[in-house]
Design a protein around this ligand. Structure first.
Ligand code: FES
Length: 107
């Protein structure tokens, strides 16, 4: 999956937002503060909530499903993959670092 600009006003990319999520940030306000995303341009309006609510783009797995899997005992990236398929695309796996963070902080 490729990178793309989300915030057109302040040139904030998908990967900028993902890296903030990997550090444990989960809300739009936290992301805006950490990345300088404006939250008001067309890119932010159309993509920010979707990025925040999705863990694995390849398998279209929402954050809510991964958090639930972790709460139900999936305590490794592999177990999360078995439970909800996140991180299981063989040619990708880019979401695994975010899954590790979700396991670590439980959200
Ligand atoms: S984003 Fe590609 S495997 Fe999750």
């Amino acid at each position: 999956m490729s990178n793309f600009t989300v915030c057109n006003k302040n040139d904030v990319t998908y990967l900028d937002i993902r890296m903030a999520m990997v550090k444990g940030l989960r809300t739009a306000d936290e992301i805006k503060e950490a990345t300088n995303a404006c939250g008001e341009c067309v890119g932010c309006e159309t993509s920010l909530d979707w990025i925040l609510s999705t863990v694995c783009r390849c398998r279209a797995v929402p954050l809510e499903a991964v958090v639930k899997a972790v709460k139900n005992g999936a305590d490794t990236v592999e177990k999360v993959g078995e439970a909800v398929k996140a991180g299981t695309e063989p040619t990708c796996g880019k979401c695994k670092i975010l899954i590790e963070n979700i396991i670590a902080i439980g959200k």
